[in-house]
Write a protein that binds this ligand. Sequence first.
Ligand SMILES: [Zn+2]
Length: 362
Amino acid sequence: MKKRPILFDIKGLEARIKLDSSRLDTVEYHKKFEGAVKQLIKEIVGDKFQLKANVTRENTFSISISALPANGGTKNYQINFDVGLFRMLYDGLYILLSNNNTFSGMGISHLKFDIPTLNVPDWNSLDLAMANNEDVHFSAKRVTLHSFLYDLCLSFIIRHEIRHIANGHVDYLLSNNNVALFFENSSNGLNYLDSQTLEMDVDSCVTAGILDGLLNNELQKEQIPDELKGTREIFICVLFCLQFLFFCMPSVKITHQKNTTKNTHPNSSLRHFFCFTTAIGYLQDNFPEYVDLFVTLNKENFWEFIMGLPDANGLDISKIEKDFEWTHSDEGVAYADKVWDNWNNLKPLLEKYAYLKLAPLN
Ligand SMILES: [Zn+2]
């Protein structure tokens, strides 16, 4: 007989569920993932191009995009996501949500993971650390929360890659920069400033897209768990995901202007800053009544999130603090302006390849 899923926690009688990221490496999950990509493609670009999603098992963090032969006149791309990325997202969230102070009241974890750091190069290292921990069980509500945040983070990443195509980046680079494949973690032949400007462009579009999906798109609103349907709860989830993606996934932390020249992506705090300012801009244009709430929730939760990270020796948090400090210094703010201004140089080059209207010049 099939086991019936437990949907609700009854006080004192909570379900005890152990999460297992190996479920992300099954044919069934890969199908679900392909379905999610299809749904997002439809939402973002309609039928302007086709995208075949492929899951690889290199256990790295790699994402790449290639052009395929056109399919009946419609341009066709293939995107490769490594399953190690899925598992890292899944397990990273498992670790953070094992702390009952995070999203308190939304289910419980029976034990907190005792992991020294989330700052690991790949999923395998995280898996090793988790295997040395006692089993951690979540109540049903906590599982629902975990699953929603996982889907939200994954949606951010899929949207990010779709935007690299939709905004013309991929075709521009494949046509002009002598690269056969677009690699997310490479400069793709660009200088650091151009590469970071393209990342700023997609991150900004994605943030607006995520908010619009959760606030405006009926299909996506239906997928939000009942307890998280309120605007306040939606914003807390979005802010949490932005922090998780930029500060807990492999990312760049810097302390000086000179470090910016080594990176293909803006540093963690700068990516967060670009997304946060885009979110404010989106809300000002579409839901001005929510701007204050979003700003207040970010203020209330930002440092609480950082201070709640597993950090046995204090190194990770101190790196984040320094990265944040530099980004919000005069030098950091001037650098953010430089990236924004550089959009004026890139936009005219990309327009010919873009499937969607690009953001206006600064
Ligand atoms: Zn990117």
